[in-house]
Design a protein around this ligand. Sequence first.
Ligand code: SF4
Length: 374
Amino acid sequence: MRPETYFDKLISESEIRIIILIINKRMKIEKISLVGKTLENLIEICESYEVKKFRAKQLFNWIYKNKINTFNSIKNLPKIFLHQLEKEYKIHSLNFVRSTQSESTLTNKFLFKTQKGSLVESVLMIEGKRVTLCLSTQVGCALDCKFCATAKMGFIANLNPGEIVDQFLLVSKSLEKPITNVVFMGMGEPFLNYNNVIKAADLLHDPNGINLGYKRITISTAGIVKKIDQFSNEGQKYKLAISLNGTTNEQRLAIMPVTKNNSLNSLLEVSKKYTTNSNTWLTFEYVLIEGSNDTIEDASRLIEILVGVKKCKLNIIPYNVTDGIFQRPDNTHIKEFMKKLNQAPFPVTIRWSKGTGIDAGCGQLATTEKSISD
Ligand code: SF4
């Protein structure tokens, strides 16, 4: 409890709250979202209402485990406290706009609107019991990868932890099956929003709430070397994936401008350091683009450059055509490329996107409207 001050004698805590509410109403300040708050944040909120600490854990449970949409659904908290909370807070930080389903019904794209009116997308992929949600971490992206639809939007904003986790909560509510895996691979470069992404991953992992295991959460980066190093030094336990997409520095630079300040060599060096320090598998993603990075020499070079990275896996993703200048190689050529890669001493897989019909494939996420008003 803070010590009583001269001003406390003049004006009580409840009077201060009423004044804040009136000011907020006049200034049309939005209520604060509870999704995104950690247990420590909720303890502080409870204490500010002079409500016992243990109530924070109950509130945390209702938000993240029971995935409530309204304060009315909360059963075991004092009604007066809920009434007070509702005046200043709301549950969600995103509003659901619409969802689009692929013909196969195995891929769903969800569109959400942030409080500031920006649009973000998440993609759900169902493969048997494995239900993976691809989360966006930014509105737009600054990295300008030449084959990516999101890049055309430019960078608009970072998403906060609540806006990232809320994609998970709102999609979960609409499903009968539980989401088993999450990948930070939607719109944006996760490592250019590092702190918010790690906070969101921590909330997704928290055993008192959503409780997704460390290995069910993957962060996929275009290769921000400094941040991979930070991730490695911090001993983060989430899975890491790196978009490689080129076998020489020049080739990678031509399609991924991020290579200018994050050379292929430095990326491979930091990858070696990460797998050695963490003793964890690292996945390299390789978007296969016709005439750009798809020769048999590229396949041989991939083996050469990755062989030194202990515990690496390579995932080949045949390019999903957007409205750009790039094309997917034909199937015969993809087969030859994969045949060469069969000689690799590390695991190599191919991922055929199931969401291309609804522009939900890898590199296809981009909202046509940058924002919509109420
Ligand atoms: S591929 Fe990823 S990092 Fe590159 S521009 Fe698109 S969203 Fe950004």
